[in-house]
Design a protein around this ligand. Sequence first.
Ligand code: MLT
Length: 312
Amino acid sequence: ALGATALAHAQDYPSKVITMVVPFAAGGPTDTVARLLAQAMSGALKQQIIVENVGGAGGTLGAGRVARAAPDGYTILLHHIGQSTAPALYRKLPYDPLKDYEYIGLVTEVPMTLVARKDFPPKDFKELIAYVKANKDKVTYANAGLGSASHLCGTLFMSAIGTPLTTVPYKGTGPAMNDLLGGQVDFMCDQTTNTTSQIRAGKIKVYGVTTKTRVPALPDVPTLHEAGLPNFEVTVWHGLYAPKGTPKPVVDKLSAALKVALQDATVKQRFADLGTEPVALDRATPEALREHLKREIDKWGPILKQAGVYAD
Ligand code: MLT
């Protein structure tokens, strides 16, 4: 049971600014989801939520920072599928995703797109495979480090075509997109939250989406499954976490505010424009997030171990 002080603290929570840590650089897809969510949740909590970008090590730096933060509800973490792949990629991970957090709820599941710089020669997915194989020592693939969604998608893509490629790591796919737009890097697999507007503006090429069915915001883009990579599926789910030991009444307030935010008209509209949607409210719960995380750790562990990819 909660001590009297903890209970008093929980009752007047939140009484000061809350920090939402994003474990990737500003301007990327995770940051985009975080800023929309922070805006809507601060309205529900009547307290400011500021987003702090802590990039590096494929998201594990920021995730570790929150695992070690004071469990008072004033530091929370918005992270994605990388919470479930890091345990297979880092033999010395400084936190345990299943033990070092309280779980607030699932947020959204974002499709990915295989995109390239505008003047990359292949004009469709079939040509892309042939070109990449023929130029495997020349083409460069951008990602946000081991533990990022762009790294996971790239690893699956390279093993599907049986061709390892030179990868260029960034602190997030925000900075990676800048180099793709400038032609400094050839292609990457990134979330629609970061690629949809550039695709629509014709500033980058798109070869397919990584979901089972087409993305309504990108109706003309084939799924990679259709385009010739059967059963290739990666969806980047996002969750909200607090440090282990954060009092339950505080976690409950955060989970309630999350549910309000996921019903916010602006959040729903912006998510739809960016090719995604809020999760159903019965998944925006501590239990749903923890169960999903456990399932995903069990799913990706063997796949990544088989790909023989380690960060350390
Ligand atoms: C990823 O690849 O995990 C994300 O796109 C990184 C980011 O949000 O910048």
